[in-house]
Write a protein that binds this ligand. Structure first.
Ligand SMILES: *Cc1c(COP(=O)(O)O)cnc(C)c1O
Length: 427
């Protein structure tokens, strides 16, 4: 089949059963794989043959689902990780080492911010956080000789800023480094960052891709477009021999299409081991099959909720990139003309305490440290996910103390609106 449309790819990509084989992707719940001779297995260890030997590195169930996500993003290679956090870490650590530097949008998920600003900083990797709305000059000024990557989120969780992917890609490429984009909130159904110049895409598949709050997971996809070999001094891990694999050079052996993901699999997965279970990948695949249907409904419901909040006297402000008049509406129209996501942020008149009373009065929407699944849920980031941040850091990340993040589900929108209205009435 030649390049199916995305709705078809969500159902079929990544797995084509042979005659008499299971129609669904089978769950290969096995840590190990059998071989007839030691030589056969040795060839796998030397990366001379393709095949499975131990699920910490690769598993057939996981690989089918990775191949589907790869097709959805239009990439050349992909891998799944045990969480979105692991995906963000591997995606950066695969090409950035101690003493090196990353330029990062300040408007990112709180967990990613902590990973970068605290944990990876302890590993000697420095991050400069830039305002995503900065000018090209300001962006270019953030680069250093030791910069190795640029990172941002298509739609930032929870600030809902929209990344100007072309602007960030242009700056990254002018400095000879790749742009990594976390595409969790938009999903490839609504945005394909590679089409705008991103080089690597990451996902927390825990969110819309899984879609039912079943399984934590992550994904990394490579576009295959970034030419590491133009900068061998900057990316020695990809362009010079790896002694832990008998001196193979990833770009030579696997080409630009496969070098980055192969290196991340055989080095980072081997050594750090954040592999998802085949069972979880199976759940993820079920979610992917209905992703386009669910995204359309999430966006339709979220827009209705945003419109209602915008005109409500007890609401101080609303942020939803799909809402005409929103600060990011124009960028959202450019990068995501068919819809953005189901998450709406707003401030309740009366600030932090009014926000708490609103949350407590909700009946349908549950208070949950989660977003982006079928069930409407709500969170107050300043007192939960972002509580480790100072007020100044919160402001830089676009999170005000009164911000309520409402993840609009796919229930009947009239019931969601009724719930929001009755909770606001009680504030
Ligand atoms: C949730 C989330 C992550 C982290 O993913 P986990 O699967 O929870 O580890 C990363 N990026 C974004 C945008 C997220 O929403």
């Amino acid at each position: 089949m030649s390049d199916p449309r995305i709705r078809t790819a969500c159902i079929h990509a990544g797995y084509t059963p042979g005659n008499g084989e299971p129609r669904n992707i089978p769950i290969i719940q096995s840590t190990t794989f059998r071989y007839a001779t030691g030589e056969q297995m040795g060839a796998l260890f030397d990366l001379e043959a393709n095949g499975y030997f131990y699920t910490r590195l690769q598993n057939p169930t996981n690989d089918h689902v990775a191949a589907k996500i790869c097709a959805l993003e239009g990439g050349t290679a992909a891998m799944l990780t045990a969480s979105g956090q692991a995906a963000s870490f591997y995606a950066v650590f695969n090409i950035v080492s101690c003493g090196e530097h990353v330029v990062c949008s300040a408007s990112i998920y709180g967990g990613t911010y902590n990973l970068f600003a605290v944990t990876m900083k302890r590993m000697g990797i420095d991050f400069t956080f830039v305002d995503p709305d900065c000018t090209e000059e300001e962006l270019n000024a953030a680069f250093r000789p030791e910069t190795r990557a640029v990172f941002g989120e298509t739609i930032a969780n929870p600030a809902l800023t929209v990344l100007d992917i072309e602007k960030f890609a242009k700056a990254a490429h002018a400095h000879g480094v790749p742009l990594i984009v976390d595409n969790t909130f938009a999903t490839p159904v609504n945005c394909r960052p590679f089409a705008w110049g991103a080089d690597i895409v990451t996902h927390s598949t825990t969110k819309y891709m899984d879609g039912h709050a079943n399984a934590v997971g992550g994904a990394i996809v490579d576009s295959g477009a970034f030419d590491w070999t133009k900068y061998p001094d900057r990316f020695p891990g990809l362009c010079t021999p790896d002694e832990s694999y008998h001196g193979i050079t990833y770009t030579q052996r696997f080409g630009l299409a496969g070098a980055y993901i192969t290196k991340a699999t055989v080095q980072l997965m081997r050594d750090l081991g954040a592999i998802p279970s085949p069972q979880n990948c199976y759940y993820l695949n079920i979610g992917l099959e209905t992703l386009p249907l669910r995204m359309a409904k999430h966006c339709e419901n979220a827009l209705a909720v945003a419109e209602c909040l915008k005109h409500h006297p007890k609401v101080a402000w609303v942020s939803y990139p799909g809402l005409p008049g929103d600060r990011y509406y124009a960028l959202a129209q450019k990068y995501m003309p068919h819809g953005t996501c189901g998450v709406v942020s707003f401030g309740v008149e009366g600030g932090r305490s009014a926000a708490s009373r609103f949350m407590a009065a909700l009946k349908l929407a549950s208070i949950a440290t989660h977003v982006a699944d079928a069930k409407t849920c709500v969170l107050h980031p300043a007192s939960t996910t972002h509580r480790q941040m100072t007020d100044a850091e919160l402001a830089a990340a676009g999170v005000s103390p009164d911000l309520v993040r409402l993840s609009v589900g796919i229930e009947d929108v009239r019931d969601i609106l009724d719930d929001v209205e009755q909770a606001l009435a009680g504030v």
